[in-house]
Every structure is written in structure tokens, then in C-alpha cells.
Design a protein around this ligand. Structure first.
Ligand code: PMP
Length: 457
């Protein structure tokens, strides 16, 4: 039972004292006032239960207040809250050794941070120091952070302020096979395929070739001949689960390395088993990055991030001392260690694969039923459902219409997310402990919300 502030009081404080703009991300007419959580469930201050399929933006990886993780945190809180990495203390060493064992060679040197933006900032710096180059390429429609540096990587107007944040950052065309100008039904690695007919005369490999052509154009026109880095998420998150054609990343990595750059995988959303088939999203593309950044799911909601790189790149980072007061905090390391153990012992990655594949397959049936679902895509529990006015024009479903469906789903007890440049893509990125029954509940709710909207339209 909640006996704290009234909802009106909280809303007033939100407007006056507490970063009011963040609520734009949901824009619920009737906001959710969360009280507590357990595993895939959240309860609001009135005691109403929600199935949480957005996990605090793909962050609660193994479940809200997962008992094993909570117990580990409490144990460490009683022992030691804080020291810094200038001393030698067990949790950070135990954690770094464990995390390194989840990464392929030669990705073994770890720098712990407190967030994804911090991790990406550090990766940018590392890439520039190692290569001696400055320019960094990311995709349009990407999100890599909100700090002044990473805002330059991010390519979504909603998250950009008018300051010189983009020095040395260039965006290249996002190889989006649904909304992009080239596409096709077999272009990407997903259990379901887009309904869009392949637009390439000779098959889907041509779409990939064309998008790679755009990357080459970027090299020819927008950056010096030598670059520092190329950043990409294995499957976009904020961008709306956009997946690239098969082999795109493999070819892009090769081209980037030919120009002296390093390849950086932003695993902030896709890491830790979320894509189901693999522990890291990059493994699904058959590539090994030079730097991997992670956050969100690493700590199941505890503030933490990491940069992992090779001994060679780490060596050039030794030109000065990189100091971070909280990076590697004992409680954060203990929590993150328990998260890794939980993922492994509870078959979390396998669950992502099974429940995710089921969700994707069932959502594809809804796509075939409703004119306003343009695309269903993703892997594991990194899922996007792109809403359109109609399947022929593929124009984004207007914001108010998406908002109505989104609100109705919430009112029926399920929280999902929104993404894409026009807020047109529903995002399903739940705690990875959800069950097939939860998936069925969501599918019934989604179906009902769509049906009601179509009746009103
Ligand atoms: N990279 C990606 C892919 C993200 O989705 C985000 C956050 N949405 C970030 C980086 C930045 O993480 P943080 O909010 O922890 O700074």
C-alpha cells in the first residue's frame, strides 16, 4: 500500500523540479505512477499491476528486484559501498574476470563506467587516441547517448540540442530494409520477414550492395581518407529495432578498417542475451568489433556501463590516467556479477530466443491482419512493430494514432515502448524472464487495442 505523495503533488514537482521533458518519451495522457516491481511486473500506486515489456528502456535484464541480484546487492551494501579503482578490492576483479570470459579474444580489457553515454564517450576517445584520426561515422536514426560528445553520434532530432556536439561525427544512411529506399523480404536475419516486396531487380543482396555504396559515398564525400571509428548497434534500439541486411556489418567493418578506423559495437541494448541466438548482438553478424560498449542490462537497472577493448587499443589509452570515481563501484560490480550468473544459470538467453521467436511469429500474424502494421522485426526480445497509415504508402502512422493505441495498451495493463524517427515503431524489450503466457496476454491486449482503433478510424 502506498501512503506517500499524491499524484498531483508528484506531477507538480515533475514540472517544477524534475527534468519534465523525459515524460515526452511516453507522452501518456494518464501517466503511470509506479510504486514497486517484481520480475516482469510493475505495480502502480493504486495497486494496479502492469506487465512490463519495456523494462525501463531495455534495462531490467533478468527481472525487477530479481531475488538473487537483490540479495547480492544487500550483502555488498553491508560490507562496502565505495572505494575507488585506485585500491585493489575483490568485487571489481571478480567481475572483470567474469565479464571478460563472456567475450571473444582479443576483447579482454575492461573499463567500467556508470552509463551508456559515458561508455560511448570513452570509446570515442579511445578510438581517436589509438588511430590518431578524428572522424567517427554512425547511422542516421541511431541513438548512442545524450552527453555533449555522444549527442554528436546520435542521429535523431528529438534528442539533439543546438550546440556544437557533432565535431568529427558524420551520419551515413541507415541500411533499413523496410523504410529505407532499398529493401526486401529476405534481407535480414529475423524469424519473420517484412511483407515488403523486394525492390532489387536481382535479389536482396543488391539492397546490401546499395547501402554499402552509400557508406562508400560517405567515405568519398564527408570524411578524411583516414577515420577513427564506426559505431553501430547490432540491432537499433531507440531507432525502432531496425535490422540491417545480412553481411552489411561484415562489409562495413572491412571498409572502415581499410581506412584506419576501429569498429565499435554499441551493445547497450542488444547485449547480455537479449537477441536470443547470441550473448552479444555482434555475434549475430559474424563480426568481432575492436571496442564493445555496454550499459543498461549489464546491471539489471543498477547504474553501470562498460567499455571492452583489446590489449593493443588499451595500450594507447595509457598515455594518461583515465579516472572515474564510481566506475567499478563495489555494489555495481557485485550486482553485475549476479546478473551474469543469473543469465547463465536461469537460461535467460534461451528464454529470450524462445519467447522472442514466439512473439515475433505471432506478431507477424497480426501484421498480416492489420493494414496499419507495416513491419514486424527483430531477434529474441529486441522487437519492433512499425506502424503505418497503410501498407502501400508505408507512411508512418501519425503520432496521435500511435499514441491512442499505446495508451490503450497501457490502460489494459501492459507497458511497451516507442521508437523510430517519427515515434512510429512500438518496441518490445521486456525483462528477459517473461513467459509464453505473458506473451499471449500482450498479444491479446495488442489485438484488442488495434481492433478498437480500426473501429474508431
Ligand atoms: N547507446 C544506446 C544504444 C542506448 O540505447 C542508450 C540509451 N538509450 C545509450 C547508448 C546511452 O545510455 P545512457 O542513457 O545510460 O547514457
Amino acid at each position: 500500500e502506498y501512503k506517500g505523495m499524491s499524484k498531483d503533488q508528484m506531477m507538480q514537482i515533475r514540472q517544477q523540479n524534475c527534468n519534465p521533458m523525459t515524460m515526452k518519451v511516453t507522452s501518456y495522457k494518464r501517466p503511470v505512477f509506479i510504486h514497486q516491481g517484481h520480475m516482469q511486473w510493475l505495480w502502480d500506486v493504486d495497486g494496479k499491476r502492469y506487465l512490463d515489456l519495456f523494462a525501463g528502456v531495455a534495462t531490467v535484464s533478468v527481472g525487477h528486484c530479481h531475488p538473487r541480484v537483490t540479495e547480492a546487492a544487500v550483502r555488498q551494501l553491508k560490507k562496502l559501498w565505495h572505494t575507488t579503482n585506485i585500491y585493489v578490492y575483490p568485487p571489481i576483479h571478480e567481475y572483470c574476470e567474469k565479464l571478460a570470459s563472456y567475450l571473444p579474444d582479443p576483447l579482454k580489457v575492461i573499463y567500467l563506467t556508470n552509463s551508456g553515454s559515458e561508455a560511448n564517450d570513452l570509446a570515442m576517445l579511445m578510438a581517436r587516441l589509438y588511430t590518431g584520426n578524428f572522424d567517427i561515422i554512425t547511422f542516421r536514426n541511431s541513438y548512442h547517448g545524450g552527453s555533449p560528445q555522444t549527442m554528436g553520434l546520435t542521429s535523431n532530432a528529438a534528442y539533439k540540442y543546438p550546440v556544437p556536439s557533432g565535431l568529427g561525427c558524420t551520419n551515413t544512411m541507415c541500411p533499413d530494409v523496410f523504410r529505407g529506399i532499398w529493401g526486401g523480404s529476405h534481407c535480414r536475419d529475423s524469424p519473420v520477414q517484412t511483407i515488403r516486396e523486394c525492390s532489387c531487380p536481382q535479389g536482396c543482396c543488391v539492397a546490401n550492395e546499395n547501402y554499402i555504396g552509400q557508406l562508400k559515398d560517405t567515405f568519398a564525400t564527408s570524411v578524411p581518407s583516414q577515420i577513427a571509428a564506426f559505431f553501430a548497434e547490432p540491432i537499433q534500439g531507440v531507432g525502432g529495432a531496425v535490422q540491417y541486411p545480412k553481411n552489411y556489418l561484415k562489409e562495413a567493418y572491412k571498409l572502415v578498417r581499410e581506412r584506419g578506423g576501429v569498429c565499435i559495437a554499441d551493445e547497450v541494448q542488444t547485449g547480455f542475451g537479449r537477441t536470443g541466438s547470441h550473448f552479444w548482438g555482434f555475434q549475430g553478424h559474424g563480426v568481432i568489433p575492436d571496442i564493445v560498449t555496454m550499459a543498461k542490462g549489464i546491471g539489471n537497472g543498477f547504474p553501470m556501463g562498460a567499455v571492452v577493448t583489446t590489449p593493443e587499443i588499451a595500450a594507447s589509452f595509457a598515455k594518461a590516467v583515465h579516472f572515474n570515481t564510481f566506475g567499478g563501484n563495489p555494489v555495481a560490480c557485485t550486482v553485475a556479477s549476479a546478473v551474469l550468473d543469473t543469465i547463465t544459470t536461469e537460461g535467460i538467453q534461451q528464454n529470450s530466443l524462445e519467447v522472442g521467436t514466439y512473439l515475433l511469429t505471432q506478431l507477424a500474424k497480426l501484421r498480416d491482419t492489420y493494414e496499419i502494421i507495416g513491419d514486424v522485426r527483430g531477434k529474441g526480445l529486441q522487437i519492433g512493430v512499425e506502424m503505418v497509415k497503410d501498407k502501400t504508402s508505408r507512411e508512418p502512422l501519425p503520432v496521435h494514432a500511435v499514441g491512442e493505441i499505446f495508451e490503450d495498451i497501457k490502460d489494459m495493463g501492459v507497458l511497451i515502448g516507442k521508437g523510430g524517427l517519427f515515434g512510429q515503431t512500438f518496441r518490445i524489450q521486456p525483462p528477459m524472464c517473461i513467459t509464453l503466457e505473458d506473451a499471449d496476454f500482450f498479444l491479446a491486449v495488442f489485438n484488442k487495442a488495434l481492433f478498437k482503433y480500426m473501429e474508431r478510424r
